[in-house]
Write a protein that binds this ligand. Structure first.
Ligand code: FAD
Length: 488
């Protein structure tokens, strides 16, 4: 297999479903993923040589089997895509609205070196990452994201501490707490920021739940495990600060009032070794933005999401998206989107004629509509209250941990330069977002802080310009002249 027809970035549910569909219909596909095994976040599998502490669900096993059995699919594991590079002056210069070979190069890095893939089309399914929420002490060793804690347990069967507190506002928190209990951890408390009654679905929500039984069962099952283990699950509770020297030793939890603000006088200190934070997810749109794809702001969807048409094609010809990049909505919806996007790519490449593609897409679209009803009606209840969470920040709170920029630095910069008001402008003045993570970690908190200080909306504040490399790679990876030939 030489030049692939399609490069799929990400081997989670969206990428797996897409690869299976593309391969089955005759496309030459290369799937690239930084992990050692396909599966993405939810069907994460341990590196070779580890015995999995938890096996993927039956849906996950079926999807993995379908994708790995599909013909024409090449897997590039342990490989990071760090840019989608234009082969001419820039992506803007492309003529036409169809994918074509040689329009761009997908730049990858693995332990073997750099590889430049020149596909006819690209499908970005890079997933999401935990929403970082800054507050005093959030950078202490021992404060982790819920997804990070879960990765320890899922991938290698490790418990990264003794006593756990989980705090946030996303259903994943309950799932992770139950996984920790099952793995033998001592979970001291689970604190959800929402009020209990706000989470109960109304009549419209109940209608939307139909057909989403798996997700409901997962949540109910997790609650049952926690109840049996005697783990308190408190609602309307937020973590205000984390303390310890040098490592985390306690967190301060407080009750939340109807406006989302902590109620004065309700602070209580809870000793713990690990605080797992789970307020939601941020779509990994860096590659799409770097490639020039238009994005829109969708707060319940996780922030900036990639704009797309009915075939999940982005504003850049030849680049499609699926899964969390279109808005965080869970594994099932990601897989359905992966299939639909793949059908669109097959149609554009001429590997499926229009009529056949439309016929195959019809049931997939129906399924997608059903899933979206569930997501918008029910999961919206877990959407983060960004303004309320933003008010946890004090002047001493670190916003950008790579460059050690505190909220007070940003406040002073804006006071000294009142005309500033965009993420990029604040980055230039304070260096926030210029470090190793390229703003993946600080951008949501920093942008919220700028919104709070300036009264502007997220669309006005914008995001940092996405640059290649979108993820840290060794300097030699940028010497693309040394790229390996693209042969399997
Ligand atoms: C840490 C974490 C844990 C989660 N756990 C659960 C859970 O237990 N249950 C649940 O219902 N949902 C969970 N989710 C939500 C989950 O992301 C989705 O429901 C689902 O996995 C989305 O599927 P996807 O294919 O869009 O993305 P993902 O499953 O996230 O797959 C994306 C893949 O892209 C790869 N990737 C990203 N960027 C690059 C790059 N530049 N180069 C190469 N590869 C790249 C990643 O390694 C990943 O394998 C979790 C999310 C996160 C972030």
């Amino acid at each position: 297999m030489s030049a692939p027809d399609v490069v799929v970035v990400g081997a989670g549910p969206a990428g797996l479903a897409a690869a299976a569909t593309l391969g089955r219909h005759g496309a030459a596909v290369t799937v690239v993923d930084e992990q050692e095994q396909p599966g993405g976040q939810i069907y994460r599998r341990p590196p070779a040589g580890f015995t999995p502490p938890t096996a993927p669900s039956s849906a996950g096993r079926a999807l993995l089997a379908e994708a790995t059995a599909a013909p024409g699919v090449r897997w590039l594991a342990d490989t990071t895509v760090w840019g989608v590079l234009g082969t001419r002056a820039g992506l803007d210069g492309y003529a036409g609205d169809q994918p074509a070979p040689g329009r761009y190069r997908v730049a990858t890095h693995s332990p073997a070196g750099v590889r430049l893939l020149e596909p006819r089309a690209v499908l970005l399914t890079a997933g999401a990452y935990d929403l970082p929420v800054p507050f005093p002490g959030w950078t202490l060793p021992g404060v982790l994201t819920a997804g990070g804690v879960q990765t320890f347990v899922k991938a290698q069967g490790l418990l990264p501490g003794g006593r756990f507190v989980l705090a946030g506002g996303h259903p994943l928190l309950l799932v992770v707490a139950a996984q920790l209990v099952r793995a033998g951890a001592r979970v001291v408390e689970v604190a959800l920021v929402q009020r209990r009654r706000d989470l109960l679905p109304g009549p419209a929500g109940l209608a939307a739940v139909a057909g989403a039984g798996g997700k409901i069962a997962e949540g109910v099952g997790a609650l049952r495990v926690l109840r049996r283990a005697g783990v308190p699950v408190r609602f309307a509770t937020v973590v205000r600060r984390a303390d310890g020297d040098p490592d985390l030793s306690a967190v301060t939890l407080a009750e939340v009032g109807p406006t989302g603000q902590p109620v004065p006088g309700t602070d209580r200190e809870v000793p713990c070794d690990v605080l797992a934070l789970g307020y939601g997810f941020v779509p990994s749109v860096e590659l799409a933005r770097q490639a020039g794809c238009a994005v829109t702001w969708d707060s319940p969807g996780g922030g900036w999401v990639v704009g797309h048409d009915e075939w999940l094609r982005t504003s850049v010809p030849g680049i499609a998206v699926a899964g969390e990049l279109t808005g965080v909505a869970g594994a099932e919806q990601a897989a359905v989107e992966g299939r639909l996007a793949a059908l669109g790519v097959l149609r554009d490449l001429g590997l499926l004629d229009e009529r056949r593609a439309a016929a195959l897409a019809d049931p997939v679209r129906r399924e997608l509509r059903r899933r979206r009803r569930f997501v918008t009606r029910v999961l919206d209840r877990f959407a983060p209250d960004r303004a309320a969470l933003g008010s946890l920040v004090t002047d001493d709170t670190v916003l950008c941990r790579c460059e050690e920029v505190r909220a007070g630095d940003v406040r002073r910069a804006l006071a000294a330069n009142p005309h500033l008001g965009t993420a990029n402008a604040v980055k230039l003045v304070t260096r926030a977002g210029m470090g190793l993570c390229q703003g993946r970690s600080c951008q949501p908190g920093l942008c919220q802080f700028i919104c709070t200080l300036t009264g502007r909306g997220p669309e006005e504040v914008g995001a940092f310009t996405a640059q290649a490399p979108v993820k840290p790679v060794p300097l030699r990876a940028l010497a693309v002249g040394d790229a390996l030939p693209d042969t399997p």
